[in-house]
Design a protein around this ligand. Structure first.
Ligand code: F0G
Length: 469
């Protein structure tokens, strides 16, 4: 029996949840052209679409917010955030951005040109889109058990006899493939990106051992730079501390240790920053690219004075929220509760027979939609069919990570149930489990979808219109 973790905080502020009847959900779906990005949030009962910028603030964050200094140059809140980020990453140069993709755009423009190559454990959709926008060729090299390279990852995970299915760090980059692709593309490879945790690949962590080995391979066999996408680096560090280092190093210490291997760190503060806005690039003060990045940040984001002061598109209030959030996120009681929530949802869904990506990651539960709806082929978007049905059945919003999001680059057909930080409680998780249990009873009746408008657009999943088949 799954047990819900003890919640180490109480709620002083609440937001009522609307009732959404089946009929109303159907009406909303039609109005939204079956794209949940078009559904108004006031018509959502439980919003598991994303854990990005959707968390609750602490009393301390709110009180710091009031102290936000909105000065254009030399803001006290800016000083505080630069200092906190220097300490968090162990890097002396910080370039603030309005959110993660602001950092991605600056990195893309600084390093990438047409036909350059980027290798990664798996790039997030905006990261890939920013890099491809520069004409770069992006290759995902997610973890795989080397001996089973030709087997589809979903098949491996579904097989309970498979000795690798218990591998805890499925966010690892495939090291043999990394070495192979570095040799194949040579100097065309400009960046190797480790996304921690591996959001689009199932939300799983990478091990410290893998990060160290990947950094060594990159340094020894290429002139590429190692970039860490640190959106959920603290959640990743929690897994490393618990399962790899067995508690010997603090969470903050592990984060700094990981960052020390990277030439570049990009981060969206909307995840492990426990904030609603913000992001940054962290790098070494002697890096030759700092000047270019600073200039670009002023063009696109906001003032960053020699990587040491400014605001980078973030309000003083938000800078205070992030600085405080980065202190709260490394608290073990918080992290245990967060991981416990993910585990609870994962265990309860496993109990009722929903096929999931296992073992679990740090911020979401991923339903294996290809296994859940085997009668719907990838080209008819099985993940999207489940996303739509979850909304119809219970007003639950989730997101497809599969052929709709990534087109021909899709590695799997997944539905992500992303858990906002410090927002939902046990009854909400139970509600989502019940909705999925109802769907499970009649899943053979679900049908696929077809895009009716916007199929050729970049990142069509955000804008496209669809119709049920
Ligand atoms: N990298 C990763 C791994 C992400 O998950 C995200 C955002 C970004 C970069 C971009 O950051 O949103 O601040 O611009 N992920 C959100 C999600 C949107 O739902 O997973 P951003």
């Amino acid at each position: 029996m799954a047990t819900y973790p003890f919640t180490p905080y109480k709620n002083w502020v609440i937001d009522p949840i609307p009732n959404v009847s089946l009929r109303e959900a159907e009406r909303q779906l039609k109005l939204a052209h079956y794209n949940p990005f078009n559904v108004p949030a006031r018509k959502v009962v439980v919003d598991f679409m994303t854990d990005s910028g959707t968390g609750a603030l602490s009393k301390k964050q709110l009180s710091r917010m009031v102290a936000g200094d909105e000065s254009y140059a030399g803001s006290v809140s800016g000083e505080r955030l630069y200092e906190r980020l220097e300490d968090f990453t162990g890097r002396q140069t910080i370039i603030l951005t309005h959110q993660g993709r602001g950092a991605e755009k600056i990195i893309a423009e600084t390093f990438l040109q047409k036909d350059d190559v980027v290798l990664s454990n798996t790039l997030f959709d905006t990261t890939r889109a920013n890099f491809e926008h520069r004409g770069a060729h992006c290759v995902d090299l997610p973890w795989h058990p080397a001996s089973l390279w030709n087997t589809k990852i979903n098949d491996i995970i579904r097989d309970p006899e498979d000795p690798f299915s218990g591998h805890l760090f499925k966010g690892d980059v495939a090291l043999d493939q990394l070495a192979f692709e570095l040799a194949r593309y040579g100097d065309r490879v400009k960046l190797v990106v480790l996304t921690l945790t591996n959001n689009s690949g199932g939300g799983q962590p990478a091990s410290l051992k893998n990060i160290v080995a990947a950094a060594r391979i990159v340094k020894e066999h290429s002139r590429a730079l190692l970039m860490i996408d640190a959106c959920r680096i603290v959640e990743n560090a929690y897994f490393i501390q618990r399962y790899e280092l067995k508690g010997r190093v603090s969470i903050a210490g592990i984060v700094r240790k990981i960052c020390a291997y990277a030439d570049l760190i990009s981060m969206s503060a909307k995840k492990d920053g426990l904030a609603h806005m913000g992001g940054c690039i962290a790098t070494s003060s002697t890096a030759p690219w700092v000047g270019t990045m600073n200039a670009l940040s002023i063009l696109y984001e906001g003032l960053n004075i020699r990587g040491k002061g400014g605001y980078g598109g973030i309000s003083g209030k938000d800078m205070e929220i992030i600085a405080q959030g980065l202190c709260e996120v490394v608290d073990l009681r918080y992290l245990r509760h967060r991981a416990g929530q993910v585990r609870y949802l994962h265990e309860r869904l496993t109990e009722i027979g929903i096929p999931l990506i296992s073992p679990l990651g740090g911020h979401a539960v991923y339903v294996d939609a290809a296994a859940f709806l085997p009668h719907i082929p990838a080209k008819e978007f099985p993940g999207h069919a489940l996303v739509v049905e979850l909304y119809r059945q219970g007003g639950v919003r989730s997101v497809e990570i599969g052929s709709l999001m990534f087109g021909k680059n899709a590695q799997r057909e997944l539905v992500r149930l992303a858990i906002p930080r410090r927002v939902y409680e046990q009854s909400h998780f139970d509600y989502v489990v019940e909705a999925l249990a109802k769907i499970n009873e009649r899943k053979e009746r679900l049908r696929g979808f077809q895009i009716t408008e916007g199929a050729g657009d970049p990142m069509p999943h955000f804008f496209c219109k669809l119709k049920p088949l």
